[in-house]
Design a protein around this ligand. Structure first.
Ligand code: PEP
Length: 251
C-alpha cells in the first residue's frame, strides 16, 4: 500500500529563526493530521540542523532541496549527501524544475544524485513536469514520460521503495494556476504506467506520486481525491503552517 504524503518545499525562504519557528508551528499543528499521512519539510541547507532539533521525536520528517552530484572533495559551495545525512535529514528533493531551469540540472546529473542519495540512505522526491510551451504543444505526456524514464530506469524495484515521484507542471508552480484534478490525474496515471513498464504493476502501485503546483487548502481535496494522486509537494502554501496542515488534512 502506498503512503499519502504532504511535503513542504520552503525553497529559498525564511531566515534560520523564522524557519525554526515555522517548523515548531508545523509540529504543533501536525497533531490534527491523521497519523497515516506522511509529513515532510524541505528546508534550505542552513536550516537543516536547527530544524532537525525541532523535529526530533516528532512525526515530521526533514528533507533537503538538493544535493551535490559528487560524494566529497574540492567542489566549493556544494553540499554532499553525507553532510545531509549528518544533519538528520531523511529525504532530499531532486530535479525540481527551478533547479533544471536555473542551474542546469539535467537527467544524467540527476541519475548521479539519486544514486548517491540512495546509497547514503536518503529517500528521494524526484520532480518531473512539463513547461507551458510543452503543454501547449501537446507534448506533456511525452516530456513527463521521458524525464521519468531517463532517471528512474537506471534504478531497481528495490530502489523504488525509497523514491517518491512529484509531478509538477512548471506552468503551475508559484503561478496560482493549478492543474485541474483531471489534468493532474491523467499525468499521474501515465507516470504509474511508465513505472509499471519497467518495474511491474506492484511497484508502480506502491509508489507515491505527489502533485505540485499552486496546491492550497482550497484545491487539495479535489486533487487528492484522484485515484493516482497520493499527496502534494507544496511551495508557497508550505510557508504558513495553517495552510500546510490544512492541505495535509485534505485526504
Ligand atoms: C514547488 O515549487 O514545488 C511548488 C509546488 O510551488 P507552489 O506550491 O508555490 O506552486
Amino acid at each position: 500500500m502506498r503512503k499519502n504524503i504532504v511535503a513542504g518545499n520552503w525553497k529559498m525562504n525564511t531566515t534560520v529563526p523564522e524557519g525554526v519557528q515555522l517548523a515548531k508551528e508545523v509540529v504543533e499543528k501536525s497533531k490534527e493530521v491523521p497519523a497515516e499521512v506522511g509529513l515532510i519539510v524541505a528546508t534550505p541547507f542552513t536550516h537543516l540542523c536547527p530544524v532537525a532539533e525541532v523535529l526530533k521525536g516528532t512525526r515530521v520528517e526533514l528533507s533537503a532541496q538538493n544535493c551535490a552530484d559528487k560524494e566529497k572533495g574540492a567542489y566549493t559551495g556544494e553540499v554532499s549527501v553525507g553532510m545531509l545525512v549528518s544533519t538528520g535529514a531523511k529525504w532530499t528533493i531532486l530535479g525540481h524544475s527551478e533547479r533544471r531551469q536555473y542551474y542546469g540540472e539535467n537527467d544524467s546529473k540527476l541519475v548521479d544524485k539519486v544514486q548517491l542519495a540512495l546509497a547514503a540512505g536518503l529517500k528521494v522526491i524526484l520532480c518531473v513536469g512539463e513547461n507551458l510551451d510543452e503543454r501547449e504543444a501537446g507534448k506533456h505526456f511525452d516530456v513527463v514520460k521521458t524525464q521519468t524514464e531517463n532517471v528512474l530506469y537506471h534504478f531497481t524495484a528495490e530502489d523504488m521503495k525509497n523514491i517518491v515521484v512529484a509531478y509538477e507542471p512548471v506552468w503551475a508552480i508559484g503561478t496560482g494556476k493549478t492543474a485541474t484534478a483531471e489534468q493532474a490525474q491523467e499525468i499521474h496515471a501515465c507516470i504509474r504506467k511508465v513505472l509499471a513498464a519497467k518495474f511491474g504493476a506492484q511497484v508502480a502501485d506502491d509508489t507515491t506520486i505527489l502533485y505540485g503546483g499552486s496546491c492550497k487548502p482550497s484545491n487539495a481535496k479535489e486533487l487528492f481525491a484522484q485515484p493516482d494522486i497520493d499527496g502534494g509537494l507544496i511551495g508557497g502554501a508550505a510557508l504558513k503552517a495553517d495552510d500546510f496542515i490544512g492541505i495535509a488534512m485534505s485526504f
